[in-house]
Design a protein around this ligand. Structure first.
Ligand code: ASP
Length: 329
C-alpha cells in the first residue's frame, strides 16, 4: 500500500476516560481504532489510514526510549509509503516530543502531533476535531518538507516554537515568537509560513542516555543547587532571567560547570532570544557567554534541553554543540 496516512497512538487525554465506577480520575483507556471511530468526517479526507497502538501513557511518563522507538517507527512508516504520520499523545509533553521528532526524523514527509485538553467523556471534547485536522494536514501535499508540526484547535505550529501555555484551555498551544505557521480551514491546510530547517541529529541505537539538568533561576538564588547537581549531570540548561541573566552568586558555580560540560543559557521569559552583547554586569549574558556558556537563541529551556540531549547522545563535541545552538539564534 502506498499513499496512506499512519496514525500512531501514545495515550494522553485524547484517549482517556474516567472508569465507570468513578474510582479515579481519567486514565488511558481508548485504543487507536476507538479514537478514530469517534471522529466524524475522516472518510472524506480521501486517504487510507493505517493505525498503530504504540503506547498507552500519560504525557508525563513518555521517555527518551519511547521517543527513540517512535522515531524509528515513523521512519519505517514513511519508508513504507506513508504520505504523513499523525501522533496522538498527552499534551503535557507535546512541546518536547514534537521537537525531539523534528530533530530525529530525517525523511521529508510531515509528522503531525496532536492530542486533547478535554477527555472524550467531557462535553465539548476537543480530541476528534484535533485528530481530524491533524490527518488533514498529514494528508496535504503542502505539508511535504515541513518536518514536525503540532496541530491543535485548527492551528498549525512549528515543533521548534510551540509551547503549552495553558493548563486547561482547549487553546493551550501557542508559538510566542512566531504565531501559528498555518491553519486548517474548511478541511484544508492553509500554510502561511515555512519554518527554517531544523538541525537533524543522528543518534546511534543503544547510545548511552545522557543526563541533562534544567535549573530555573529565581530571585536570590545562591548557587547551592548548581553546586549540588554538578556531579549528577552530563550537561546543563539554565533558564535564566530576561535576556540571559543570573544573580552574581551563580556566576562562579556556572563558570566551573561550563569548564566541565556544555552549559546552555536560555531565558525563562517564554519568548524572545538570549542576547549576546547588551549587558555587561557580573551575571549578565555577555559575562556568562564569555565564561563559556552557550546561548540558546530563541529556543525555550525545555527545547534547549532536548537539543542538548540529542547532541550529547550523538557524542557531539563542544564545537558542534556550539554551532548547533548558534543555528537557533
Ligand atoms: N493533560 C494531559 C493531556 O492533555 C495529560 C497527559 O499529558 O497525558 O493529555
Amino acid at each position: 500500500m502506498t499513499d496512506f496516512v499512519t496514525v500512531i497512538a501514545l495515550g494522553g487525554t485524547i484517549a482517556m476516560a474516567r472508569p465507570a465506577d468513578g474510582s479515579t480520575g481519567a486514565v488511558p483507556a481508548l485504543d487507536v481504532d476507538e479514537l478514530l471511530a469517534s471522529v466524524p468526517g475522516l472518510g472524506e479526507v480521501g486517504v487510507p489510514l493505517r493505525t498503530i497502538a504504540f503506547r498507552s501513557l500519560p504525557g508525563a511518563s513518555v521517555g527518551f526510549d519511547d521517543l527513540t522507538a517512535l522515531a524509528e517507527l515513523i521512519t519505517a512508516e514513511i519508508d513504507a509509503g506513508a504520505r504523513g504520520v499523525v501522533v496522538t499523545q498527552g499534551t503535557d509533553t507535546i512541546e518536547e516530543t514534537a521537537f525531539f521528532l523534528d530533530t530525529s526524523v530525517l525523511d521529508g514527509a510531515p509528522v503531525v502531533v496532536t492530542g486533547a485538553m478535554r477527555n472524550p467523556s467531557l462535553a465539548g471534547a476537543d480530541g476528534p476535531a484535533n485528530l481530524l485536522a491533524a490527518v488533514q494536514v498529514a494528508a496535504s501535499e503542502q505539508a511535504d518538507g515541513l518536518g514536525c508540526v503540532v496541530v491543535f484547535a485548527d492551528e498549525v505550529h512549528a515543533a521548534r516554537y510551540v509551547t503549552k501555555a495553558h493548563s486547561a484551555s482547549i487553546a493551550a498551544f501557542v508559538s510566542p515568537n512566531t504565531g501559528p505557521i498555518g491553519y486548517v480551514v474548511e478541511g484544508s491546510l492553509r500554510l502561511l509560513n515555512r519554518p527554517a530547517d531544523v538541525l537533524k541529529v543522528y543518534v546511534p541505537q543503544g547510545a548511552p542516555e545522557p543526563t541533562i539538568g534544567l535549573v530555573t533561576v529565581t530571585l536570590g538564588d545562591d548557587g547551592a543547587v548548581l553546586k549540588a547537581i554538578g556531579d549528577a549531570v552530563d550537561g546543563l540548561v539554565v533558564a535564566a532571567f530576561g535576556a540571559g541573566h543570573v544573580p552574581v552568586a551563580m556566576v562562579e558555580p556556572l563558570t566551573a560547570l561550563a569548564q566541565r560540560m556544555p552549559v546552555i543559557l536560555a531565558s525563562r521569559t517564554g519568548a524572545g532570544p538570549v542576547l549576546a552583547e547588551t549587558y555587561g554586569f557580573p551575571g549578565s549574558e555577555q559575562d556568562l557567554l564569555r565564561r563559556g556558556l552557550i546561548g540558546a537563541g530563541f529556543l525555550s529551556p525545555v527545547k534547549a534541553r532536548i537539543l542538548l540531549r540529542q547532541l550529547l547522545a550523538a557524542r557531539a563535541g563542544t564545537d558542534d554543540i556550539r554551532k548547533a545552538f548558534i543555528g537557533e539564534e
